[in-house]
Design a protein around this ligand. Structure first.
Ligand code: NAD
Length: 437
């Protein structure tokens, strides 16, 4: 099939390359000419395991190309919209201006019979609104929404072999032209047994925000338990193990720590609340405000713990921050708890030296004064306090004895509860986890 992908960021670049891998003819379009040039050379513009190889394979096959010119849309019959929907600068809602602009571009360069499929995460009601903006002179296109569930760090596998597919189409039925076209796009994963839900626009939009709201709630729930554990001397890791054995609860996403971040969960739960307010349903999702607050409190808690461990506070003290990305295997620092803690400590006067295998440049772009180094060892030399904030393997596998020889003070905060406290305490460290004894 001839496809376009409008917006080639963390979602769109991977989606475009994955669609080419599935055998389609794909043009990826982005307003950022530098990104387009990089992608056209087969260079991933951000760190995502396996993306570089997928890009090169697509470019070599001749089925994948990139362009900064929206007119390139006209070579495709089905257009995916994958542009950003960040939080509004002056409010909690989603900024839909990129989606609106991308949709207008597709209408400007599309033709009768084209299918327009949104992948961006949007508030419920957006597709209905977009369909109402199609002018009489515009081409007769069919509109659908196909929310994306890829996880950064696993985006290639998640795009090639998704755990489920959701098609939101006007009639909500498999007979819809857009549903049939999407079934052709995803013919391979569907043949391999990927579960498919064909539904209406509103449900498809809600599926994505509901999934993120649930995950955020699960993480914040265990972090609330961590707060209780801290006040009572209980251990949240053992608590999570114990409740996680209940199959109805499950152990996944019950890891207490410095909390969630990134370009999706935080802004999606805020946009969900803003949309609920518009719908007159503010009370229905008011709990999400608490989830957000619990999440943000964990960041402050790490800063507080740093002060406690250092005794006289962080001013003038050398602190090694391990990790800046919001999660391992990604270079994404959007709303990253790790970066926020690093910046807060720096603002409090600490001499922060941070290391992250892939996110340092993005972190410096957000905070040019942040000192970053290339390796954990360089950050650790002379540190009076070590804070692990992103669970990259090279940090979780640090050896307490070897690390002790580098630092000037054996104090460590395990912001992700991934280290073995006994091993660290045994090596003479003052160890603090979150919600851990
Ligand atoms: P991003 O900021 O990395 O990428 C957006 C891209 O769109 C940028 O490259 C930007 O230059 C481009 N763009 C903006 N306006 C454009 C236009 N008019 N024409 C062409 N390109 C344009 O954002 P992202 O993380 O890829 O997220 C995109 C959407 O996908 C968001 O709605 C997000 O919530 C959703 N999503 C993201 C993920 C993820 O893991 N990143 C997962 C699922 C869903």
């Amino acid at each position: 099939m001839r496809l376009s992908v409008v917006g080639c960021g963390y979602l769109g670049a991977v989606h475009a390359a994955a669609m080419a891998e599935l055998g389609h003819d794909v043009v990826g379009i982005d307003v950022d000419a530098r990104k387009v040039a990089q992608l056209s050379r087969g260079e991933a513009p951000f760190f995502e395991p396996g993306l570089q190889e997928l890009l090169l394979a697509g470019l070599r096959s001749g089925r994948l190309r990139f362009s900064a010119d929206p007119a390139a849309l006209s070579s495709a019959d089905l257009h995916f919209i994958a542009v950003g929907t960040p939080q509004l600068s002056g409010g909690a809602g989603a900024d839909l201006s990129y989606v609106d602009a991308a949709f207008a571009q597709v209408l400007a360069h599309g033709k009768d019979g084209d299918i327009v499929v949104g992948k961006s995460t949007v508030p419920v009601g957006t597709v209905e609104r977009l369909s109402g903006t199609i002018g009489r002179d515009a081409p007769r296109v069919t509109l659908a929404w196909n929310p994306e569930f890829l996880r950064e760090g696993h985006a290639v596998a998640d795009s090639l072999t998704p755990d489920r597919l959701v098609f939101g189409v006007a009639g909500g039925s498999r007979d819809d032209a857009a549903a049939a076209a999407l079934a052709q796009v995803y013919e391979k994963p569907l043949r391999d047994g990927t579960p498919l839900i064909v539904t209406d626009w509103a449900t498809a939009e809600l599926v994505k925000v509901a999934a993120n709201a649930f995950l955020a709630t699960k993480i914040s729930f265990i972090n609330a338990m961590a707060e209780i554990a801290e006040a009572t001397g209980a251990d949240v890791t053992q608590l999570a193990d114990a409740i996680g054995h209940d199959a109805r609860i499950g152990r996944r996403f019950l890891n207490a720590g410095v909390g969630f971040g990134g370009g999706c969960l935080p802004k999606d739960i805020r946009a969900f609340q803003a949309r609920a307010v518009e719908l007159g349903l503010a009370e229905t999702v008011v709990f999400l405000d608490e989830m957000d607050k619990i999440n943000l409190r964990r960041r402050s808690r790490v800063v507080e713990l740093a002060g406690e461990l250092l005794g006289s506070g962080p001013a003038g003290r050398r602190v090694a921050v391990l990790g800046l990305a919001f999660k391992p295997d990604s270079d994404d620092v959007r709303d990253s708890p790790a970066l926020e803690v690093a910046c807060a400590l720096r603002a409090a006067g600490a001499e922060v030296v941070a290391a992250d295998p892939h996110a340092a440049a993005n972190a410096r772009a957000r905070d040019p004064e942040l000192v970053t180094v290339d390796s954990a060892d360089e950050a650790l030399v002379g540190a009076e306090l070590v804070i692990l904030l992103t669970e990259w393997r090279e940090f979780t596998e640090l050896d307490p004895e070897r690390t002790a020889a580098l630092v000037s003070g054996r104090r460590i905060i395990d912001g992700r509860n991934v280290l073995d406290p006994e091993a660290w305490i045994g090596a003479g460290w003052q160890y603090r986890g979150l919600g851990r004894r």
